[in-house]
Write a protein of this length. Structure first.
Length: 260
């Protein structure tokens, strides 16, 4: 895959924290975490996944394994490994792939609003995923962006966040977006979760309507010595809609080595 664009706002920190964004988002979604991580001496690195943000997709096959390899190349180029790894939603799936393929490059692992196997918890969720699959192929990313943004940021006071999400999703490479959706639908790490040896924290939003917290719990149950924390009044984008609580949990885990 092509070279990755990466936000690297605090180059003096160490160790580095690799922040992996969700489907349709880009590296800027982590802006609310940069100063929090820097405050405990860490170096936040937020790459754009190929086909999103400013990282181009070469059109030669988009898979989680190839994305993980590109990220490993980034870590090697910057000479920052091993890194802490934080991934939200699709980013959490990529983080699992990275931890399985490159275990020596991972210090601690934070899996946010993500899953080992995508299992809709209700008819509403089944309809939501089916609707997205149809819309992205029949109507494109502009229509898709409105459906996803409304689902992730449903509250009346979240107009600006919805607008931000719509713009990010609509600007993605539609080929990469469709390939990522297919990869997410078929992803299944459950048989390999016990291979992950990095200390792992699973963070869930109590009101996540995209990936129910009960399915996120599978990660905490199957990864050795992992724990789950559920943040109240938070949705799928917990790192944004409850960023202060999220940051406090992450700082405690990465900085002090403690679970909540």
């Amino acid at each position: 895959m092509t070279a990755l664009h990466c936000l690297d706002p605090f180059t003096e920190g160490s160790p580095a924290v690799l922040l992996l964004h969700g489907l349709g988002a880009n590296s800027s979604m982590w802006a609310l975490q940069f100063e929090a991580l820097q405050s405990i001496g860490l170096r936040p690195l937020a790459p754009d996944i190929p086909g999103f943000g400013e990282s181009k997709y070469d059109g030669h096959g988009w898979t989680f394994r190839r994305v993980a390899a590109a990220l490993a190349g980034l870590v090697s180029d910057l000479q920052v490994g091993p890194v802490h790894l934080i991934g939200l939603s699709m980013g959490g799936v990529i983080a699992q792939q990275f931890a399985l393929d490159y275990p020596a490059l991972v210090r601690k692992l934070v899996l946010v609003s993500t899953f080992a196997v995508l299992q809709p918890a209700s008819l509403s969720q089944w309809f939501y995923f089916a609707q997205r699959a149809v819309v992205v192929h029949a109507m494109g990313l502009s229509a898709q962006s409105k459906i996803v943004a409304r689902r992730v940021f449903p509250e009346p006071g979240q107009d600006e966040l919805r607008e931000m999400a719509e713009k990010q999703i609509a600007s993605a490479d539609v080929r990469a977006y469709r390939a990522a959706m297919r990869s997410l639908a078929f992803f299944n790490s459950r048989d390999r979760l016990r291979e992950i040896k990095a200390s792992t924290l699973v963070i869930s939003g109590a009101n996540d309507s995209t990936v129910a917290p009960v399915y996120q719990k599978v990660l905490a149950d199957e990864i050795p010595d992992a724990r789950q924390i559920i943040i109240p009044d938070a949705g799928h984008a917990v790192a944004i809609d409850q960023y202060e609580k999220f940051n406090a949990v992450v700082k405690n885990f990465l900085g002090n080595g403690k679970y909540p």
